[in-house]
Design a protein around this ligand. Structure first.
Ligand SMILES: Cc1cc2nc3c(=O)[nH]c(=O)nc-3n(C[C@H](O)[C@H](O)[C@H](O)COP(=O)(O)OP(=O)(O)OC[C@H]3O[C@@H](n4cnc5c(N)ncnc54)[C@H](O)[C@@H]3O)c2cc1C
Ligand code: SF4
Length: 453
């Protein structure tokens, strides 16, 4: 049963008309027109050793791409971006630029605002992706075969770079559509007009990449088999498991996993048909919590509250994201950890919280005080995991560190011809842009390895 169906007795569809919902889900930041892009590009100082580039996880030469916009060379600008980050179109929409390139921009002062790097990046890449303008050529095909498990940002970035080097890439994914969380997870208002599939199509247009959808590692094939049949394997399966609250009363109708609900939302033909709660409580402190809260509001929920166990300063969602939730009429409550889910007749009616205190080292303790919130839907947005069985039987030799695959700087795992990257490896940032960078680094390392076998 899909998560939106699990919510059905506690919530109802049709709170808003399809037209009202469409109006609510318009662009978070509308794209720049050519004249606006020119004016914004002229604000850049084209810094030497630019701090914005250092802050970009994929190391895009930001002053250079902005310079090209200023001189009217939009295609050249797109090339500059995409040669470092093939998912530069999606990253322009979803990167938390306020804590990356734009935070580092020298124009980011009390008196001024940073150059709108994200919007300029989108301006440069939109047309190229939309019209599939070929900017990269595949060199003469080699006889080397690489298997990639997972068609998300890490897998697709790795696939593109290896295909460009002439290798033959097969990408296996358990979902029907490629794109990973770009297609199934990112908030709908950040990924309008089917941008995730357009970007996948752009990546595939280089040639040499075959996608095998609807097949699952551990069910339809094993890692051992891939290692035998292919010269190298790249694991990019994200975090397919979901954390549980482990609190009393959790297993009642109306307590829903946020990621699975967003999956249904992103694939819904008519969003007005999705069941929506009236009083919605979201538990968590990251991007997923913000996204499900804002989307619930946009779908017509009357009261949405995010509750986080630590204080505001410790919230993983940035100040900017917290403000975005508040602008969208979402309430935020801090220092509260879930204690008991309240229910009647098997349906959630509310939730009780322990009030917490946060020490200087970030550790939390309970104060002994409690309070309750009414709710007909509770969303769990408390993170994903790499379950033990996600890697299948034959993954014995893979070293696991902090619950994820351990890799070196080249994204090589402990197994001979196996690399890994994206959310499924330890030590990452859990961002789209970091996953793209992991795929790129792994592809470079795999390419070097293939020269010597
Ligand atoms: C709700 C939500 C909102 C987010 N919003 C943002 C945002 O706004 N900005 C941002 O930068 N980041 C955001 N993130 C994080 C970002 O989406 C991830 O960091 C990024 O998608 C990781 O890429 P990946 O390729 O490692 O994994 P994924 O995107 O998760 O892709 C993994 C792929 O592997 C496949 N797979 C899994 N298991 C198997 C198996 N056994 N066999 C075959 N295939 C398998 C999956 O189907 C999937 O296609 C968000 C995450 C979530 C959950
Ligand atoms: S730091 Fe700001 S001003 Fe300097 S190059 Fe980057 S975007 Fe331009």
């Amino acid at each position: 049963m899909s998560n939106s169906k699990k919510a059905s007795k506690n919530s109802s569809a049709g709170k808003l008309s399809e037209d009202q919902i469409k109006a609510n889900f318009t662009e978070m930041h509308p794209p720049l027109a050519a004249s606006q892009a020119y004016i914004e590009a002229c604000r850049c100082y084209f810094c030497y050793e630019a701090p914005c580039t250092t802050a970009c996880p994929t190391g895009i030469d930001i002053p250079e791409f902005i310079k090209r916009i200023q001189t009217g060379n939009t295609k050249g600008s797109a090339r500059k971006i995409l040669e470092q980050n093939i998912m530069g179109g999606m990253c322009a929409r979803v990167c938390p630029t306020e804590v990356l390139c734009e935070e580092a921009c020298v124009r980011n002062t009390h008196e001024s605002k940073p150059v709108a790097i994200g919007l300029l990046q989108r301006y440069a890449t939109d047309e190229v992706i939309e019209k599939k303008v070929p900017l990269f050529e595949r060199i003469a095909p080699t006889d080397k075969k690489i298997a990639i498990v997972g068609a998300g940002p890490a897998g697709m970035s790795c696939a593109h770079r290896l295909a460009a080097c002439g290798h033959n890439v097969t990408v296996f994914d358990k979902n029907e559509k490629a794109g990973g969380l770009n297609e199934y997870g990112i908030a709908a208002y950040k990924a309008l007009n089917d941008i995730a599939q357009k970007e996948v199509d752009y990546i595939l247009s280089i040639g040499g990449i075959e996608i095998k959808p609807g097949v699952e590692l551990g069910v339809d094939f094993t890692l051992d088999k891939l290692r035998e049949e292919y010269d190298a394997v790249f694991m990019a399966i994200g975090l397919p498991g979901i954390n549980r609250f482990k609190i009393e009363g959790e297993a009642v109708e109306g307590v829903i996993d946020a990621v699975e609900y967003i999956h249904d939302l992103r694939q819904a033909e008519l969003m007005s048909k999705l069941p929506v709660g009236d009083k919605v409580v979201v538990i968590g402190g990251g991007m997923t919590a913000i996204d499900i809260a804002v989307q619930s509001k946009k779908l017509g929920a009357s009261e949405v509250t995010i509750v986080y166990r630590r204080d505001k300063a410790n919230m993983k969602a940035s100040e900017h994201e917290q403000q975005y939730a508040q602008v969208n009429d979402v309430k935020l409550r801090y220092c509260s950890s879930p204690k008991t889910v309240l229910s009647k007749g098997g349906h959630v009616t509310g939730i009780e919280f322990n009030v917490t205190e946060v020490a200087h080292d970030g550790s939390i303790s309970e104060t002994g005080r409690t309070y309750q919130l009414e709710a007909d839907v509770i969303f769990k947005a408390i993170g994903q995991t790499l379950p033990d069985d996600a890697l299948g039987e034959s993954a014995g030799g893979l070293t696991i560190e902090s619950g994820r695959m351990a890799v070196n700087d080249d994204r090589k795992t402990s197994l001979d011809n196996v690399w890994a990257g994206g959310d499924c490896v330890s030590g990452g940032e859990d961002l789209t842009v970091s996953a793209v960078q992991d795929g790129k680094l792994a592809a470079q390392s795999i390419h070097e390895y293939l020269q010597n076998i």
